[in-house]
Write a protein that binds this ligand. Structure first.
Ligand SMILES: Cc1cc2nc3c(=O)[nH]c(=O)nc-3n(C[C@H](O)[C@H](O)[C@H](O)COP(=O)(O)O)c2cc1C
Length: 183
């Protein structure tokens, strides 16, 4: 595998206080500082990709919105992806699902065979593991080359929000183990 240089990172959440954004930002910082010093990290915010709720009628009437084209191209232009998923009612946040649905109309291979590390976190004990499982289980349908994954439970006990990093030693070591699978 060639060493990835352009890393695209985003949280699958639209919350301005997203814990998954904190986690994916931390992961990107660790990747650059410890594993890929020359990497370029691009971070996307799903709020910049707000579109009408996907419907086949809207697609027929107006085509695929520019934001979806931009998001899809950002994945295509990257060498690897870091994603941290918020879990809403056992599944993807609506904000992510909408972007995902629109992008899948450009090409069902949304993740374009990019190597990926996927994460999830919640304030509760299960660490949003349902949505992480959904993303993992469906990877083959969407050309997601998932190399590693990490669920972070009990976010406010395991993450130092002041310093923006995992405070739990075991999870911190596990994050590094997973990230190393990209290199
Ligand atoms: C509508 C809604 C549904 C939620 N459902 C779940 C859930 O199914 N499982 C879970 O672990 N947390 C659930 N939560 C709590 C989220 O994990 C929590 O809000 C978390 O901060 C979301 O991640 P984010 O901050 O990155 O957006 C839910 C929160 C909301 C607002």
């Amino acid at each position: 595998m060639t060493t990835p240089q352009n890393i695209l990172a985003f949280a699958a959440s639209s919350s301005s206080t997203s814990i998954n954004k904190s986690l994916v930002t931390h992961a990107a910082n660790v990747l650059k500082a410890e594993l890929l010093p020359s990497a370029q990290i691009t971070t996307l915010d799903l709020n910049d990709f707000e579109m009408p709720i996907f419907s086949v009628d809207r697609e027929q009437a107006g085509g695929i919105p520019e934001q979806a084209q931009t998001f899809f191209k950002a994945i295509g232009d990257s060498d690897a992806l870091l994603i941290s998923y918020a879990e809403h009612n056992g599944s993807y946040s609506s904000a992510f699902k909408n972007v995902f649905d629109w992008c899948s109309r450009i090409n069902a291979e949304v993740f374009q065979n990019k190597p990926m590390i996927i994460m999830s976190s919640s304030p509760g004990p299960y660490g949003a593991s349902n949505v992480l499982k959904t993303a993992n289980d469906s990877a083959g349908f969407f050309a997601a080359d998932i190399r590693g994954s990490l669920s972070v439970p009990n976010f406010y006990d395991t993450f130092d929000t002041e310093n923006g990093k995992l405070s739990d030693d075991k999870l911190s070591a596990e994050l590094r183990t997973q990230l190393a699978k990209l290199v």
